[in-house]
Structure formats: structure tokens, C-alpha cells
Design a protein around this ligand. Sequence first.
Ligand SMILES: [Zn+2]
Length: 458
Amino acid sequence: MRYIILFLSLFLVLNTTAQTDEEVIKNLYKTSLTNGNSYQWLDHLSNQIGGRLSGSLNAEKAVEYTKEELEKLGLDKVWLQPVMVPKWVRGAPEFAFIESAFGATTNVNICALGGSIATPFGGIKAHLVEVKSMDELEALGKENIEGKIVFFNKPMQADLIQTFEAYGGCVNQRYSGAMEAAKYGAVGVLVRSLSLRQDNFPHTGSMTYGNLPLSKRIPSAAISTNDANTLSSMLALNKDIKFYFSQTCKQLNDVQSYNVIGEIKGSQFPNEYIVVGGHLDSWDLGDGAHDDGAGVVQSMEVLRLFKETGIKPKRSIRVVLFMNEENGLRGATKYAEVAKQKGETHIFSLESDAGGFTPRGFSFDCNDANFNQVLGWKELFNPYLIHYFEKGGSGADVGPLKTDTNVLAGLRPDSQRYFDYHHAANDTFDAVNKRELELGAATMASLVYLFDAYGLAN
Ligand SMILES: [Zn+2]
């Protein structure tokens, strides 16, 4: 009997080690699609908690919830990493209209940009000047801008296949529009929503005043793409129309919050770390289901899939749910700072922060040796229609972990619909497809498995 047991266990050991990469990956996809938990977690985050702006009660609830859920997975360690975060509050709903003649008004949909100041009590009403670039703003100069509301109306470029590129081409008007316009004496800023779709949703997002003193700051808001077109065509007919808006948002003092971290300790190289993560905070208008609830639950799912399929990693695998990506990046900064203090070697860090859509592949920030190793794994992903392996950016939260020798990566889902929802009230649970979300989690788990199995190339 003893011999039979010995033989059986030997067989089991040999059998496990004999599992090919193809088989491991197939099992990860199968488990994610047939016995996954990412969608249930997202349901709770979106529908039971909702928008999770840094410093809000919902953000606190999300910290508690994800910590409790990670504790159920039987990881080696789950903990909260304290970090101070900014707290900006939207206040009462914003209100805006176009006034084409005295008493003739058209209501439009706006929302304050994150970090903006409020309008003065009673709102602002002023003439407008429409621009499509910072150069145009500069050319117009103080004589044409002073006392007016600057309307930044550069649309995202529709013929760019990577919509993040189109976003990148326009985001400066949202981020620094108010700071730039204030230099020429503008009284407010209105920014066309960064979306490729024509609809009535205004899209918020972060903005900055740079070093502008408090007295020089002006309120800034986003306007929906439909209303931006209406406003632009009305301006083309009549330069004398006026715009009114009021918002009561406010920047409060920083508050205590946390990154949520879970870890499976590596069996052979416990001091080599692999991070998989997303950001736990979101904007407040929707539920933050795509941005970045999807990335949060997919990252949690990676560790759950390892447990579920019996993968015992050689290296230490961490899930990190970063706080405050949207308006400060404090969580990511803190995580990297602590990792450096402790002398932790992070060999590979993967972020999912581009929506819960059908995964296409990854973009990598690494040297050629490591990139070539990744290209050697490419065909393992063919059965899952994962074809995109390119050098490029990774993710805002993993960025601070960059070294000369490690690998940073970002999951790249199909991006065509991402900006329909990004930072807007329609970023809700129903906009996320269960299978697409699960495929993303399995794709991430597969790449994490390969980096754990083979380590860095150099
Ligand atoms: Zn995000």
C-alpha cells in the first residue's frame, strides 16, 4: 500500500510538472469563463458601492469590501497601505444654458472638471470665444479673451484607430485649458467632452491650475459633445450669444485612505515581486465600472485563478488596488516609495486600466531582451485571439515602478467604445460584458503565469 501511495504521489508530481504552458493557459481561460468571480465583484463595486472618488465614503467602502474579498481567497497576506489623498467634492448639480437673446435660453449638459473651483455665487454669464488649440488661444491674446469664457472645442480625431491616441491629442485642453486661459483674463473655461460619440453626457476628468495663485483661478467645466456642436453652430451664426454656468465644487483637505494589497508568497524566489493591479478610485458621475472597476476585479481574479487552478508561483505575486489614480496618483506613488524603501525587486508589473472590453493584447515598457522574450510567448495567445504585443506605455499606477531592467505592461482591450463611457455618468455595470471582462482576467493571468515561470530575460 505504501508503495502504491508513493508511486501515486510521484505520478502526481511528475504529472503536474509535465503540464505544458498551453495546458496551464487553457485552464486559466476555462476557469475564468466557467467559474470566474470577476463579474460578481464588479456587480458589487458598481451597484452596491458606486462611484469611488478619492476621499469619499464610497472609496472607503471599496477599500473595506475588496480587502474582505481578498481575505476569502486564502492568500498568504492581505493588508492596507495607508496613503493621504486629496478630497474634491462636486457639490450641487451643475447648471448651464446658452442665451441667444435676452430671455431666449437653451439648457446644456455640463459637469465640473475634477479639481476645478466653483463659479462665484449665482454663477457666471459671459460672452464666449471658441478655440481648437492652445496656439489659437495665444494668437487671440488678452484683447480678445479678457472677460470671456473660453470654449475649447477640439474634437477627438476620428480616423485614429487607437482611441487613446485621439484622447492624447485633446486632453491638454481639459487638463491645462483653465490654467492657460486664465493667463489671458478669461473668466471661465468650457471644454468639449473627450468622447468620440455624439451624445448628451458630459465627461469629467482631472485638470490643473499649476502655480496660479488662488485669486487667478477660474472655473472649468466639460460640455457634452451634442451641446458642444450646438454651441459651436450658434456661435458661428452669432458671436454675441452668452453662456451661463454655475457649479459649487470644492477642494477640501487631504484625508487618509489606503491601497489594498494581497500577496501569494513565491516558492523559489520570494524576493522577486510581480504586481498586477488597477485603481480602486473612480470619478463620481457613474459607477466607475469600466474605469477602473474592471481592472480592479480582473486583477483580483488573477490571484484567485492561480489559487483555483493550483498554480504555485515561484515568485511573489501581488494584487495592488491603487487609490487615487484619477486625481493625484498618490496611491501609486506611495506603493513605489515603500517598495523602494524595503528594497523589493519588482520584475514585472501589469495594470488593467483601459476598460473591461474584449482583450486584444498588451503594450510593454521594457528593454529589447525582455520584449523579445514576450514575443516568443505570442503564439500561446493565438487560440484566444490575443494578437497585440507592442512596445508603448503601461499604466499610470505601475509607471513609478520602472527600472532599466524590469517590465511594465498594460492590458490593451479593444478601445473603440472606451471613451463613450470614460469619466461619464454612463460608466455603469450594464456597459460591461461578462465574457469580455473574464477574457481580460484570463489574458492577464496567462501573462503573469509566464513571467512567473520564466522570469526576466536578462
Ligand atoms: Zn482609469
